[in-house]
Design a protein around this ligand. Structure first.
Ligand code: SF4
Ligand code: SF4
Length: 131
């Protein structure tokens, strides 16, 4: 698990040269670690039942539920290629703590640039297979 993690996924921030808006990125919401985003009591207090449904208890260590290498609260539109946090207002502190354009953000973008693109490709392939 990382000690500092993901960030916002809404387009509420200023555009920086070379850095996409979070809604067009999503890199920091990806990880193979099942406990990547730890959820603590202060986070659960903020979450309603819908938000808590995205969490999972790993033998007393609560975390955001991960699947397919990403947080299950990350909603991907594969056509628009957008990445939106489904519980943005109630997201855990660890997600709030990673500022866009910070070293953590830039590190995640450098390490995981392919992950959002691969997720989009997988969703498009699933969509084509169902058609
Ligand atoms: S990696 Fe940075 S730009 Fe991308 S979603 Fe996270 S905070 Fe936003
Ligand atoms: S809770 Fe939201 S911001 Fe945090 S990792 Fe999940 S999708 Fe990303």
């Amino acid at each position: 698990m990382r000690s500092m993690a993901a960030s916002r996924t809404k387009r509420t921030d200023e555009g920086d040269a070379g850095l996409p808006h979070c809604i067009d990125c999503g890199c920091c919401c990806f990880s193979p670690d099942p406990e990547y985003i730890r959820v603590f009591g202060i986070d659960l207090d903020r979450m309603d039942a819908r938000a808590q449904a995205f969490t999972i208890d790993h033998s007393g260590r609560v975390a955001m539920r991960m699947a397919a290498g990403r947080c299950t609260a990350l909603t991907i539109d594969p056509v628009a290629r957008t990445y939106v946090c489904a519980i943005y207002e109630a997201r855990p502190d660890v997600c709030r703590s990673l500022a866009r354009a910070s070293s953590g953000c830039l590190g995640d973008r450098a390490k995981k640039a392919d992950a959002p693109l691969l997720a989009v490709a997988a969703l498009l392939a699933q969509s084509r297979a169902r058609a």
